[in-house]
Ligand binder design. Structure first.
Ligand code: AMP
Ligand code: GLY
Length: 330
């Protein structure tokens, strides 16, 4: 069987490494990286149309998509139209990550716990709102911004600056056409990832990433400088709540909206004193969470991927090692 992995990071290296335990697969990766080359044939392709041509020519059986931008741009729809099988949600379902406005409205409609929020499509009314409130907030670009679109504003001045950068200076282009302004939450963060075939949702082990760039948890936020699995302080009780009230409920909410969700559903959570609340949903594997999570997965990854695509996830028994795993980004 021929498997194509799309992406070039540590996450995709972990996916390729894990897939390679199955000796019946030939693995391809675009564009890949030096580490990935040990287990996969890498090709320097980036655009969806180029990758689609490649997959058709090479008769790829399954394509696994790493980065969110491909999913939000509809790679799953485009591949499926040409008869190719993809692991990852279609464009409309990928909006859980592609639009913060979409995700927040859905959470509010179906009672999924998240920070209170308001949505703005012009900077003047966003600034008016800030001048009337007196609490720390987070200003978030609606669209994709490479993990940099959420700006924590502890003071009004920070909030005005964030609104100006996102909505007037357009530092993330049209991603800042709308913003979500939400209450700042305190607690500890957990990444909850799950496999989902549209009906069945199976959680992975929990994880926690460390975002600050420098030693001692200092410096600017990054996508993640390392991760641990399972997440410290994440009890079975919390995990049960997250499964029932957040992950399962989100898939059910999407179903009710007539949107089938297949692939990975990833909730970035803040565990507050009032319980877990969603900071964001992602439509893909986390980076670097995947690196520590996959070390503890005992199944063949391909078996799970196939069952998700075929809508038969309930037939697979997924098991995890009870050891702990750490990923360090250098
Ligand atoms: P997001 O892209 O929405 O996950 O936000 C990126 C990071 O910003 C999160 O991982 C948190 O560290 C922080 N963040 C986002 N929303 C909030 C919030 N409401 N309260 C506190 N921190 C937040
Ligand atoms: N580690 C954060 C993310 O994958 O979005």
């Amino acid at each position: 069987m021929k498997i194509l992995v799309i992406g070039r990071g540590g996450r995709e290296h972990a996916l390729v490494w894990k897939l390679a335990f199955n000796k019946n697969v030939s693995i391809y990766c675009v564009p890949g990286n030096g580490g990935i080359e040990e287990n996969a044939r890498c090709f320097q392709l980036n655009r969806i149309d180029q990758i689609l041509d490649f997959a058709l020519r090479e008769k790829i059986d399954i394509t696994i998509v790493g980065p969110e931008n491909y999913l939000v741009d509809g790679i799953a729809d485009k591949f499926e139209e040409r008869g190719l099988r993809v692991f990852g949600p279609r464009k409309q379902a990928a909006l859980v990550e592609g639009s913060k406005v979409f995700a927040k409205i859905l959470m509010a409609k179906y009672g999924i716990p998240t920070a209170s929020f308001k949505i703005f499509d012009d900077p003047d009314s966003a600034e008016k709102y800030i001048s009337e409130i007196d609490k720390p907030v987070v200003v978030k670009a609606d669209g994709l911004a490479a993990g940099k679109g959420a700006i924590v504003a502890r003071t009004k001045k920070d909030a005005f600056k964030a609104i100006d950068s996102l909505m007037r200076k357009k530092i993330f282009k049209e991603a800042g056409d709308k913003v979500v302004i939400e209450d700042f939450l305190e607690g500890f963060e957990v990444s909850a990832l799950a496999f989902c075939d549209g009906k069945t949702i199976v959680p992975m082990l929990s994880s926690m990433d460390y975002k600050r760039a420098y030693d001692g948890n200092k410096g600017p936020n990054t996508g993640g400088m390392g991760s641990v699995t399972p997440a410290p302080h994440y009890t079975d009780e919390l995990s049960d709540f997250v499964y029932r009230k957040i992950m399962f409920k989100m898939v059910e909410a999407l179903q009710k909206e007539d949107i089938e969700y297949k692939g990975i559903l990833y909730a970035g959570l803040m565990i507050t004193k009032d319980g877990p609340k969603v900071l964001e949903f992602n439509c893909r594997f986390g980076d670097p969470e995947t690196q520590s999570i996959l070390l503890l997965l005992e199944n063949d990854l391909l078996e799970i991927v196939q069952s998700v695509i075929e809508g038969e996830l309930s037939k697979v028994k997924i098991s995890w090692s009870d050891e702990k795993a750490v990923c360090l980004v250098i």
